[in-house]
Design a protein around this ligand. Structure first.
Ligand code: NAD
Length: 505
């Protein structure tokens, strides 16, 4: 099939502004594939600078009206959005599976975790309450308020096309900002589904907008003076670039980067729990999670038993189309599948032992799907590329060490610091670990410690640039700025006669 025929036959996944689809003027598109079949299912618009400016302008125009919309009204719209999302999340999960590849139950979990942030944002009136000091000086009061920033940008990765945008936009919108979401070009349909849902929930035109594309539109978001903040999630080199470029343009930035998450298994741990957890956290979503465990650090004499238990569970996993009854789906693109497989080749060449080999998996899916089975590699050392690089696939490396101190040193000398876990029955060891480890999110006998919406999500070191984590109170703080007012009223005004029971409008 030629490119020209594809373009006419496939759905154009366009931009979204003022509550309607906007095809843009660039004319440039990229294919979107179903990873379980390898088929091109649509084409996503790759916006030009002009397209980016049109979407940003819609957000800028909507800002004054939305900022001045009462909290009562904003909250009603958020509740309506939450109800629609809750009722129809199955549709969204299927869309995610068809473009990302993860199994539907996993996609549903992603949507539910995003929904929790919407629920948190429904409490925005309470979260935005300021402070008041009466009579700070004689007849002088001092108080503080928090106000929205303006149009804000959210730039998201392919691996959570619904949850990651929802880490940011519910709070941004609730706080009175307008949003331009730039989703990954690999799975853009979820963003348009969410935009439609906002429209149905009654969100005014221009408050939530979608800009499709690649570096061209990202660069415009990072430098356009109308955009007041950037929330980015993606790989570390791009996160670093986004942070440097947008802060140089005077913007507030939170840029979450890549990860290499270790789980330490101490000799006193429950090995069955640890083995189950390694399989779930290593191979769930085909390892394409920023909180996936990619390194299992076996401490002391338990390593042989632990590896045997993980291997036994791994070989039983069913790989196939996420829309069917599978445990694990395909990888997102063929190029990514091949890159991940090349790390297994490199590990083998470097002398690691391939205990379970996913390179020739037989999958319950299309012959052209991007398949790679779960892979377990033992006797990995820190010098090997299979350890040193973020692989972002279903590859679990085992590193054997003798002591807790060696395990801690390994984690603390790794450049990433997103998540980590420790498995032990010793409370003192766990407490010591949570104190000493240089990582942002810690699990104790919990393999993927993604914080609840009312806490904040964020890593340390090369896993986050900026000092603000996502959602929770950090999110409210990020999407607002403070003002302190000192006032003196010698002649107070009054509101006239009003006998009715006051209603919020
Ligand atoms: P990516 O960095 O390739 O892309 C992320 C976003 O940046 C996309 O919207 C993409 O279009 C845009 N982009 C890509 N190249 C760009 C460039 N040169 N200039 C400007 N913009 C560019 O990441 P990905 O492959 O989509 O996602 C996987 C990565 O995201 C992994 O590294 C993973 O660890 C990370 N991630 C981190 C977290 C976290 O919370 N720390 C969460 C999810 C994913």
């Amino acid at each position: 099939m030629t490119k020209a025929t594809e373009r006419t036959e496939h759905v154009l996944l366009s931009h979204w502004l003022d509550n309607r689809a906007y095809p843009g003027v660039s004319g440039s598109t990229a294919p979107v594939t179903n990873p379980a079949t390898g088929e091109v299912t649509g084409r996503v618009a790759l916006g030009s600078v002009e397209d980016a400016r049109a979407v940003i302008a819609a957000a800028a125009q909507a800002f004054p009206g939305w900022r001045d919309t009462s909290l009562a009204r904003r909250t009603q719209i958020l509740f309506a959005f939450r109800e629609l999302l809750n009722a129809r999340k199955g549709e969204l999960a299927e869309i995610i599976t068809s473009e990302h590849g993860k199994v539907v139950s996993d996609a549903l979990g992603e949507v539910s975790r995003g929904q929790e942030v919407v629920e948190f944002a429904c409490g925005i009136p309470h979260l935005l309450k300021g402070g008041f000091t009466e009579n700070a000086s004689t007849k002088v009061d001092v108080y503080s308020i928090r106000q929205p920033l303006g149009p804000v940008a959210v730039i998201s990765p392919f691996n959570f096309p619904a949850m990651v945008p929802m880490w940011f936009f519910p709070i941004a919108i609730a706080a009175g900002n307008t949003v331009v979401l730039k989703p990954s070009e690999k799975d853009p349909t979820a963003s348009l589904w969410l935009a439609n849902l906002w429209k149905e929930a009654g969100l005014p035109d221009g408050v939530f907008n979608v800009l499709q594309g690649d570096k061209t539109v990202v660069d415009e978001l990072l430098t356009n003076p109308a955009v007041k903040s950037v929330s980015f999630v993606g790989s570390t080199p791009i996160a670093q670039y986004v942070y440097a470029t947008a802060t140089a343009s005077g913007k507030r930035v939170q840029a979450l980067g890549g990860a290499k998450n270790h789980a330490v298994i101490l000799p006193d741990a429950d090995l069955d729990l640890a083995a189950d957890s390694m399989v779930n956290a290593g191979f769930g979503s085909a390892g394409e999670r920023c909180m996936a465990i990619s390194v299992c650090v076996a401490v002391g004499p338990i390593a042989d038993d632990l590896v045997a238990k993980i291997a036994e569970r791994t070989t039983g996993l069913k790989v196939g189309d996420g829309a069917r009854d599978s445990d694990m789906g395909p990888l997102v693109t063929k190029a990514h599948r091949d890159k991940v497989a090349s790390y297994i080749d490199a590990g083998e060449a470097d002398g690691a032992k391939i205990v379970v080999d996913g390179r020739h998996v037989s999958a319950d899916g299309g012959a052209e799907g991007f398949w790679l089975g779960p892979t377990l590699i033992d006797h990995v050392t820190p010098q090997m590329s299979v350890y040193a690089d973020e692989i972002f696939g279903p590859v679990l490396s085992v590193i054997r060490v003798e002591t807790y101190d060696e395990a801690l040193e390994l984690i603390n000398s790794n450049p990433y610091g997103n998540g980590t876990a420790i498995f032990t029955n010793d409370g003192g060891a766990a407490r010591r670990f949570q104190n000493e480890v240089e990582v942002g999110m810690i699990g104790i006998n919990v393999p993927i410690p993604v914080p609840m919406a009312y806490f904040s999500f964020g890593g340390w070191k090369a896993s986050l640039f900026g000092d603000s984590h996502a959602h929770g109170l950090d999110g409210v703080h990020f999407f607002t700025r403070g003002k302190a007012i000192t006032s003196r009223w010698l002649d107070p005004s009054h509101r006239g006669i009003e006998l009715g029971f006051p209603q919020n409008v």
